[in-house]
Each structure stands twice: as C-alpha cells, then as structure tokens.
Write a protein that binds this ligand. Structure first.
Ligand code: APR
Ligand code: ZN
Length: 369
C-alpha cells in the first residue's frame, strides 16, 4: 500500500521551500521503503533551492536521512523490516570500474540518479498525481521514501540519536572524509579549512583526528569560528572585505599550509586555498560550486612547487565501510556528533530550517520526524 508522507519540496528556484503531503509508492525490485526518523538540512539542499545545483523542480529535498526499513522489494538481500539505515546520496552499482577500484563515489550509476532512482523512474507523486523528482536518488526530507538498495546503508545505531546518525550520511562523511580519505592528512601537518559549517567542522575534526599540529578555520561568521575551536581548530581567521586572505594565511601558518580544504562552494575561495599552500601542499575542493564557476591557477606553481589541486566528492566515501566506521568512532567517544546539531525542526518547519541555514544560524539544523 502506498504511503502518504509530509515532504519538503522545491517548487520553484529561489522561492521558499514548501511542505506538502506526497504519495510514496511501494518498493519495486531492488528497492526499499524507509520511514524517516531524522534528516539533516545541508547546504547542498539549499543549492537545489537556489539552482546552484541545477535540478528542474519539482524536487523532493533531502539526502542526509536516517530511518527504519518498513518494506523490502523483491530481490533485496541483507535488509529486513525494522533495520536502521542511512541514505547514501550516491548509487553504488558495485560493478563499474569505479566501484571495483574502491571509489564508489564516482560510480557510473550515480550520474544517472541525480534526480530519480538509478533506472530513471520515480515512486513519488503529489496530490494531483504529478511525478516529483528526488534529490540525488534520495528525497529523504519526507516521512517516507522509497530508495534503490544501492542508496541505502544498514547501520548499528545503538546509543546514537537519530539526528546524529543522519549527519553521518552527508556532512560528517563529506568533511571528515576529505581530510582522512582524500587528502590523507599526515600527523604534524598544518591545515586550513575554509567554511566552518556542517561540512567544514567535520573537515576540522578529520584533520584533528589525523594528528594535524595546526588547524586554521576561516569563516566570516564569528559564531562558526567559536564552534571550529571546539572541533579542533587551533587558529581562526575571519576574513575582512578586500583582505588578501591567502597572504594572511601564509603569514599565520609560518610559510603556508600543507593542506587546504574549500568547504564553501566558491571558486574564489578555492583560489585562496591554493594560494595559502606551502611547497608540496594540497588544495581540496569539497564545496559544490555553480557549474560555470571557474578559477585559474599559476601552472608554474604546480610544477616548481609540486602542489596538488584535487576534489573530494562525498569525502571519498565508501558508505558501507565508512558510515559504520564513523558511527563506531562516535560510540567510542572519538567523534563529535551531538555538538553539530544546533536545532531540531518538525517537517512543518522546514521552510524556517532553510532560512536559518541561509543566514548561518546553525552548525546543522535537523528535521526530526
Ligand atoms: N570564506 C570562508 N567561509 C565562508 C565564506 C568565505 N568567503 N563564505 C561563506 N563562508 C562560510 C559560511 O559562513 C558558513 O559557515 O561557509 C560556511 C558554509 O557552511 P554551511 O552553510 O553549513 O554549508 P555546508 O552544509 O557545510 O556545506 C558547505 O559543502 O557539501 C557542500 O554543497 C555544500 O557547497 C556546500 C559546502
Ligand atoms: Zn549534503
């Protein structure tokens, strides 16, 4: 029987998010229906609202969800009704060269499920019967969601609040993974993290866990810099308008950073990240920029200073390995999750949650069902 679910939708770019009751169809072959308990409100959801991520509306938002399995489609193995699960916003086919080489974040299937299930179909319709797209194969800012099994990861949620679990499936994975999986930060190094939001704070704790000796958080919002210190930043910088930020950081770090992480989503900030490196440093693009956002680099500094410029998609996630790993670190008292949750909202208050995200009020706001 189909499920009626309150859900947060984008009906038009740059208009307020709307909450509607939608219909979520039963799972078909290789699919699962989950009842959501919590869903984080991530900047990437806001980027769907603004069109920075250009998905044609109407779209059901949400890609940072935690819930329980309520129905299992034919052919699904390894999941049972009642299991706690996280959504994963990349579909992992397990077959392509990227999955086979341990880089499922680059799975060929993921590109096909940007706004639908991996086979292009949808299980979501509005009250008028119109099909609704789902953000990144998920659409989990809803009371129920039917997902392909390749977008679902079973977890042991013992002792972890649903809203903390949910954050592992995007913000924590993306930030922490950029430091640990992608950059492989070496103990004793100097790191700079641009943007101390839900993603950047986790890049900071990834650097700290890797043994970085110095971590500079850069953010114009002073409240975020206070949080950054709690997550392991040793220094902070609030950039002034017109300031040469890269130069200030080279000075602050005594010659430049070994690693710099762009966790904002702006080419101009990536240029600062590249510019603040010392020789042999690595700049990592973590934020999601507009498709037309470009930046130029001095080719000779790549060569003569042997710098690296790279990207980290989803923190180089291998969700079935890394989600349990991150929850295990929390359960062992080594990873901060509670401190990320600034505010809880009901699904009816989703529009307020997006306003608060846009105005920088939260480390993370979470919809709790
Ligand atoms: N320099 C440094 N920090 C900045 C700048 C800037 N020029 N402009 C904005 N910021 C800060 C904001 O003040 C905020 O604290 O970047 C932070 C972004 O945090 P959130 O809005 O919480 O965004 P988050 O969910 O962390 O996502 C960051 O990663 O996954 C992507 O799409 C996501 O591009 C987004 C980025
Ligand atoms: Zn996200």
């Amino acid at each position: 029987m189909p499920y009626l679910a309150k859900a947060a939708l984008v009906r038009a770019h740059n208009a307020p998010v709307v909450v509607e009751t939608i219909t979520v169809a039963d799972p078909q072959r290789d699919e699962l229906t989950i009842r959501l308990q919590a869903c984080g409100v991530c900047h990437s959801d806001l980027s769907v609202v603004t069109g920075t991520l250009p998905l044609p509306p109407p779209v059901v938002l949400g890609h940072e969800g935690m819930g329980q399995v309520v129905a299992v489609g034919a052919g699904v193995t390894g999941f049972a009704v009642g299991d706690s699960v996280l959504s994963s916003f990349i579909s992992m086919c397990g077959q392509c060269r990227w999955c086979s080489s341990g880089r499922p974040e680059l799975c060929n299937l993921a590109a096909k499920s940007v706004s639908t299930l991996p086979d292009g179909s949808l299980r979501t319709t509005d009250a008028a019967g119109q099909r609704l797209s789902i953000f990144s194969g998920c659409g989990v800012m809803a009371e129920y969601a039917t997902l392909h099994v390749s977008n679902v990861v079973a977890i042991d949620a013992t002792g972890v609040a649903p809203e903390c679990c949910a954050l592992v499936s995007c913000g924590v994975m993306t930030g922490w993974g950029a430091a640990v999986n992608t950059a492989r930060v070496v103990a004793g190094s100097t790191c700079v993290v641009f943007g101390a939001g839900g993603v950047g704070l986790n890049a900071i704790q990834g650097c700290a866990m890797s043994g970085a000796a110095a971590i500079v958080a850069v953010d114009p919002n002073d409240a975020k810099l206070t949080l950054a210190r709690a997550f392991g930043a040793t220094h902070t910088l609030a950039p002034e308008p017109g300031q040469d930020v890269a130069k200030a950081l080279r000075k602050l770090t005594g010659g430049g950073a070994d690693y710099a992480f762009e966790c904002v989503g702006l080419g101009s900030v990536l240029a600062q990240a590249f510019g603040c490196l010392r020789k042999a440093g690595t700049a990592v693009m973590v934020g999601v920029a507009r498709p037309d956002d470009q930046v130029s680099v001095r080719c000779s500094s790549l060569l003569f200073e042997e710098k690296t410029l790279t990207g980290s998609l989803y923190g180089g996630a291998r969700p079935r390995v890394d989600f349990p790993r991150l929850l295990g670190l929390y359960q062992a008292g080594r990873l901060k999750l509670d401190e990320l949750v600034t505010r809880r909202y009901s699904i009816d208050d989703a529009p307020q949650a997006f306003d608060d995200l846009a105005s920088g009020r939260n480390a993370r706001g979470v919809i709790v069902f």
